[in-house]
Ligand binder design. Structure first.
Ligand code: FES
Length: 95
């Protein structure tokens, strides 16, 4: 490995699909929108700069639906589609 090379800045976004976050299918309804937003930002870049994952619990159930962004470890709660779009715009869309 070349220690002096600069690593690409990659992000990981994790949407909780656990029982509390997905009560009334709330998180499941958000996932396709999040996936579309991430796909749009990733474009044809390989490896994709943003990796989308799901979790079964992020240990903050009462505030769900919840999402985390790494490597910053930013937590977002009470998601709906509008807040999801704002979060993606503010924290994932980069130049
Ligand atoms: S079920 Fe989502 S944080 Fe626990």
């Amino acid at each position: 490995m070349d220690a002096g090379s600069e690593k690409p800045k990659r992000k990981r976004v994790v949407l909780c699909m656990g029982a509390y976050c997905n009560m009334d299918r709330r998180a499941k309804k958000l996932y396709p929108r999040l996936q579309a937003l991430v796909d749009e930002l990733n474009g044809d870049t390989y490896p994709p700069p943003i990796k989308l994952e799901i979790a079964t619990c992020l240990s903050m159930c009462g505030a769900g639906p919840n999402l985390m962004i790494y490597p910053e470890a930013l937590a977002f709660n009470d998601l709906d589609e509008a807040t999801l779009e704002r979060i993606v715009k503010d924290h994932l869309a980069q130049e």
